[in-house]
Design a protein around this ligand. Structure first.
Ligand code: SR1
Ligand code: MG
Length: 400
């Protein structure tokens, strides 16, 4: 392809045929467009034997808003490069990129057709005990091996530059740290919680803490993040999890990935009473808190082992420093989890966990709980010494 053109189904077939050894007979291929939801065009291309691949193309705008929101197609390169890098360090839990075309801004990747999106599974009340250990392993490996503990100073700076992602970072900066705390036209706020949302706009103590979290997001290039590790970016089945959709990746604070995922477990926890009957909700909530606990414990255990064993920089081998580093990641993660709860409740990009609660009064109560817990996590993040203290905050918080 000599110039960028938006793919139709035939283009996706031609692209898959040209760049995949799995196929061969063009005439026997079919393509269906999948709903990607947010930003891109996604096709599943399949042959008559049921072998399939995914073709994902970046559009020059944000798909779910429309052409009025232009967006760089270079995000496809960033996504392909982040996924390749993460797959180097955690092949089990990162989707495989098979080919990237920089002109078409299109990626050919593994089809996870025997997996389902984690968010949909959790909303259906499904439980997977491998979720926490596998995602902890994904985060510990991808984040440790792209950090200063391993990369040389020179190489790290080159990698930070290679993964600069200003346009997509700006989206996160606005949607996480700015819009929910003012009367922004991008926000979607249900009338029943408008008064609660307005209290955020005038909460200076909270806004000071959110400013500190934003400053860290802007200026703490600790590791190559996934950058959008919510439960819609994780595919799961009865054995395994795989992470997709890394177009928001950049070098940022490790706690941002950990906190985004933790925040999504907590969003599902808070939505649970609106999605299930009392007995099922109690059981789902117990499962989610156990996963949240294990996610942090296993992440910190693996990260600690890696720091002990694999640190290359002699100064960073210091044990006390390493403990402090991890404690800071924990408090960052608590804060970013809080931001995720708030922005998914009153910001632009909501989640089905809360929005699909059909009983309006219950939905309002769950949304209020999300705002309350979000605030507590942000405000108390530096005083929380361990995951049990954080989970107690979750268990015992009640909305006013
Ligand atoms: C305009 S993009 C809105 C949201 O979708 C993505 O998946 C990110 O979470 C982003 O904040
Ligand atoms: Mg996405």
């Amino acid at each position: 392809m000599s110039e960028y053109k938006t793919f139709n189904a035939d283009d996706a077939i031609a692209f898959a045929d040209e760049h995949s050894e799995l196929f061969g007979e063009h005439s026997k291929l079919s393509a269906e467009e999948l709903a990607d939801g947010d930003l891109n065009l996604v096709f599943r291309v399949e042959n008559d034997k049921g072998t399939s691949v995914i073709v994902k193309q970046a559009l020059p705008y944000a798909r779910f808003v429309g052409e009025s929101w232009p967006l760089t197609t270079d995000r496809a390169r960033l996504e392909a490069e982040v996924l390749k890098m993460h797959r180097r360090f955690c092949p089990e839990h990162t989707v495989e990129v098979r080919y990237f075309d920089p002109v078409a801004c299109a990626i050919l990747m593994e089809d996870l057709d025997d997996y389902r999106i984690l968010r949909a599974e959790l909303n259906d009340g499904k439980k997977f005990n491998h979720l926490a250990p596998q995602m902890a392993s994904y985060m510990a490996n991808t984040l440790f091996y792209t950090s200063d503990f391993v990369l040389s100073s020179e190489n790290k700076k080159a990698e930070v530059a290679r993964f600069l992602n200003p346009e997509l970072c700006l989206i996160s900066e606005d949607l996480f740290f700015t819009d929910p705390y003012c009367n922004h036209e991008r926000n979607t706020i249900e009338p029943s919680i408008l008064e609660k949302a307005k209290t955020l706009w005038h909460d200076d103590a909270l806004k000071a803490e959110v400013a500190a979290l934003k400053a860290s997001f802007l200026s703490k290039p600790q590791a190559l993040l996934h950058g959008d590790l919510h439960s819609g970016s994780v595919f799961i089945n009865s054995d395994n999890c795989k992470v997709i959709d890394a177009e928001f990746g950049f070098f940022g604070p490790i706690g941002f990935d950990v906190g985004t995922l933790l925040g999504n477990l907590l969003l599902n926890y808070l939505a649970s009473p609106g999605l299930h009957d009392a007995e099922d909700s109690a059981s789902q909530q117990a499962y989610l808190l156990e996963q949240a606990e294990q996610l942090w414990l296993q992440f910190s255990e693996t990260f600690t082992e890696l720091m002990n064993r694999e640190t290359q920089d002699p100064a960073l081998e210091n044990n006390l420093y390493q403990q402090r580093f991890l404690q800071q990641v924990f408090s960052d993660a608590a804060g970013y989890a809080g931001c995720e709860l708030i922005r998914r409740t009153v910001g632009l990009a909501h989640v089905a966990d809360l929005d699909s609660i059909s009983d309006a009064a219950l939905r309002t109560q769950c949304q209020r709980n999300a705002l309350k817990l979000g605030r507590e996590l942000i405000m108390q993040r530096s005083e929380l010494n361990n995951i049990n203290q954080l989970l107690n905050l979750v268990r015992y918080q009640q909305a006013d």
